[in-house]
Design a protein around this ligand. Structure first.
Ligand SMILES: Cc1cc2nc3c(=O)[nH]c(=O)nc-3n(C[C@H](O)[C@H](O)[C@H](O)COP(=O)(O)OP(=O)(O)OC[C@H]3O[C@@H](n4cnc5c(N)ncnc54)[C@H](O)[C@@H]3O)c2cc1C
Length: 502
């Protein structure tokens, strides 16, 4: 695909900035719904990106985009789940162990995965312009109305006007950083990641040789993600304070290798291997914008928020928010909902998905951590999270929450419930033979359902509506009214499911 051309139109209905998973997903869904959409991407794909371990829900969205067959043909490493050694305990988590349609996911070199998604978007009718960076936005009051672009390779420049903007520029986050100035960093997840690529390492034993291996170390943890070409992505995540302290006496490669040496699992896996790349570093990557949408615009994927990568949630949230943005904008442009309804729906549904993961990650750290960094990482009370948002985020997940009079109590209650479930779930999986016993199986299934509510595509069910709206996927993604669904369900004697998988 050579989409570095200067034929950028002067006007489009929807402009998407950024061609990563969030932008490519949003644009492809809009194009499939027959809406004119233009996507402007700064780099020329394939381009390198971190974020290589996918959750199964990403496959579900790829399927809704009509690209599942394409994905399965790429030869990516199949990922059956995760193997964790955390504070002396060991667990194996298998996807779809007790329920769910998705028994596996993939480990993907992102250059290839993102290129596949962007090329697919172009085949769906998106006008894609690569090697084209947006330098500035023009506003009418608070509403962005045009973008000024520039192409490095040709020196060409121009302006494109639009009715709606989706900012999917990732961490760059042009709207939040440059114009809204509303990005807030999570103090408790002030982590640094250092990673590189290895050859000839020892994999986990089959059938888990495609799983992500995670190991806790003092002040942090390590990921090992295997690729189908034999390479392995190995990353060390440590708290910023520990990182700065270590760099007083060590070089970066020493810090990285010492961290690996502090995990017996990673030492064993890396022993026969060779580090075959430079080390890369990212820091201060956990944040959220105060608002995700406003007049004529939505922030999708990392442009809106990003969470510590412990549970491999980034690409899921990027693609999920891309889908939510396409549904909201599509329905607004077709007049099915007002712009205010579309913006409110997007804000509520994406923030909920994000907050559920935020509590999940925090609870995971806190459940299993007893020392050092993990003690503070899990303290939900330290988050700059409005308890009213938190309450709403969990209404569908935690029974009895409606009875809580004080919003203040919500965070503590949720954290407690989440920790209890994580603990129970992981304990059940330590001895899988127990899962065959009827009582244990029922408990494990209830937990699986609970976690599916966090990781799954909750918005596709009318039961999880916000402001009376939810997302339907037929004949294209769009917002639908829960009341109409209920009426149809009452007429036919049952509530209509929005989507077979949910
Ligand atoms: C250390 C670390 C480990 C991670 N591990 C995982 C993992 O295992 N699994 C997982 O799911 N996620 C992981 N993530 C998260 C994942 O990388 C991101 O969440 C994901 O890439 C977000 O996708 P996106 O489309 O929002 O943004 P991006 O993928 O960053 O795409 C944004 C695009 O916008 C373009 N752009 C930027 N500015 C402009 C501009 N001005 N004009 C035009 N285009 C522009 C960029 O070139 C880029 O292509 C990890 C993140 C980190 C930091």
């Amino acid at each position: 695909m050579n989409t570095v051309t200067t034929n950028v139109p002067s006007r489009t209905r929807v402009l998407v900035l950024g061609g990563g998973p969030a932008g490519a997903t949003a644009a492809a869904f809009l194009a499939r719904a027959g809406i004119e959409v233009t996507l402007i991407e700064r780099d020329v794909f394939p381009r390198y990106h971190i974020g290589e371990s996918l959750l199964p829900s990403c496959l579900e969205i790829v399927e809704l985009l009509g690209a599942r067959e394409l994905l399965d043909q790429q030869g990516f490493q199949r990922k059956p789940g995760a193997y964790l050694e955390w504070k002396g305990e060991q667990w194996t988590l298998d996807f779809g162990e007790l329920r769910g349609n998705y028994q596996h996911s993939y480990q993907v070199p992102r250059a290839e995965f993102d290129h596949m998604l962007l090329k697919h978007a172009a085949t769906q009718g998106v006008r894609v312009f690569e090697g084209t960076a947006v330098r500035q936005l023009d506003f009418d009051g608070e509403r962005p109305i045009a973008a000024q672009w520039e192409q490095k390779a040709t020196g060409a420049q121009g302006t494109i006007g639009f009715d709606f903007l989706i900012d999917a520029t990732g961490r760059h986050g042009i709207m939040a950083n440059r114009y809204l100035k509303n990005r807030r960093f999570h103090e408790v997840f002030r982590n640094v990641a250092i990673w590189g690529y290895w050859n000839d390492v020892e994999r986990l034993p089959a059938p888990r040789d495609g799983a992500i291996a995670v190991s806790s170390i003092p002040h942090g943890w390590i990921w090992a993600i295997p690729f189908s070409d034999g390479r392995m992505s190995v990353g060390v995540v440590i708290h910023k304070d520990a990182y700065q302290e270590a760099l007083r006496t060590k070089t970066l490669p020493e810090l990285y290798r010492d961290a690996i040496a502090s995990s017996s699992l990673m030492t064993r896996m890396m022993a026969p291997g060779t580090l075959n790349s430079e080390l890369k570093v990212e820091q201060d990557y956990s944040y959220a914008a105060e608002s995700f949408a406003g007049p004529g615009y939505m922030l999708a994927g990392d442009a809106a928020c990003f969470l510590d990568p412990l549970l491999s949630t980034g690409v899921h949230l990027a693609m999920y928010s891309g889908m939510l943005a396409a549904a909201s904008i599509g329905s607004t442009l077709r007049g099915e909902v007002s712009e205010r309804e579309g913006l409110d729906y997007y804000e509520a549904s994406y923030r909920d998905a994000y907050l559920r993961f935020l509590v999940f990650v925090a609870a995971f750290y806190e459940t299993r951590g007893k020392e050092g960094y993990f003690d503070t990482a899990g303290k939900l009370s330290n988050f700059e999270v409005d308890p009213r948002n938190m309450r709403r985020a969990f209404l569908n997940l935690v029974s009895g929450l409606e009875d809580l009079a004080e919003a203040e109590q919500t965070s503590a209650h949720l954290m407690g419930e989440m920790k209890r479930r994580i603990r129970e779930n992981l304990d059940l999986r330590k001895d899988k033979s127990q899962l065959q016993q009827a009582g244990v199986k029922a408990k494990a299934e209830a937990n699986a359902q609970f976690f599916d509510g966090i990781e799954g595509l909750a918005s596709l069910s009318p039961r999880n509506g916000f402001n009376g709206l939810y997302v339907r996927t037929e004949p294209h993604v769009r917002l639908a009214r829960v009341a109409e669904c209920m009426a149809a369900g009452a007429a036919s004697g049952e509530l209509q499911p929005a989507h077979a998988g949910v």
